[in-house]
Design a protein around this ligand. Sequence first.
Ligand code: G3H
Length: 314
Amino acid sequence: MMRKPIIAGNWKMFKTFEEAIQFVDAVQDKLPTNDKVDAVVCAPALYLPTLVQVASESELAIGAQTMHFENEGAFTGEISPAQLASVDVDYVILGHSERREYYNETDEAINKKVAAALAHNIVPIICCGETLEEREAGTTEQKVAGQIKAALAGFDAQQVEHMVIAYEPIWAIGTGKTATADDANQVCGAIRAVIEELYNAETANAVRIQYGGSVKPDNIQELLTKEHIDGAFSGWSKLTARILLNIIGGGQQMPKKPVALIILDGFAFRDETFGNAVAQANKPNFDRYWSQYPHATLTAAEKLLDYLTAKWGI
Ligand SMILES: O=C[C@H](O)COP(=O)(O)O
């Protein structure tokens, strides 16, 4: 399944109101007008209604950086999912490592927030990632699997396939140290395997998994060539409209996901099973590729055979 890349910029607590408007205006003005990539800017809550208006004529989506799970209540300083929905916010970041670390956001709260986002048709971008100590101890996949299982508890496959997951190794956030594309791909693949284990292969193949952590225009393309990485999450303090546009450009020009040309000499494709060893054979890998991925057959010999038959009667 081809997943549409999703590139998101997270401003964190940077930019004045004026800078925010100029940024979104510049991005939406030059945003590619094709459907090859989804682009999102996650801004401070204060700016959201204005930015939604500024971006309203373009495909640029506006997201929030966090929210409460309750629709309303005595929670001074918080923003509710109902409030975000009332100003047409499309996405919300949930469980960013900075929220987990500085604001004690727990797996349980994140799970409630995911439910609240879905209830208001806001797409949750669910963050997970390991510390340097956890990576060095070899427990990265265990850590992210635990975070993802907790965040997804109680949702069905149909709900999960529209969510976005952001794998962000904490040691790579804002440090200039990027996970290698292969390491990031391995963890994103492990996250996909968790979703397959919880649901099914179709759901796992539908969910988009971003990588975040010192993503720059010069590393985005390599990251996006990897099988399990479907986008990027960029949050560094000097993120400008031009840099985000370059990252988005990298996303849309990414080499396509791997395409396999499989030459199966003597492997006849016929629906009839009688006398058809290929149809009757137990070939789970081939059958899985055939049922799960877009495919086409290519007939390469027909004209030659016609020619030989006409000329030589064979
Ligand atoms: O939300 C985005 C991430 O925290 C990545 O931040 P960064 O691009 O500064 O490493």
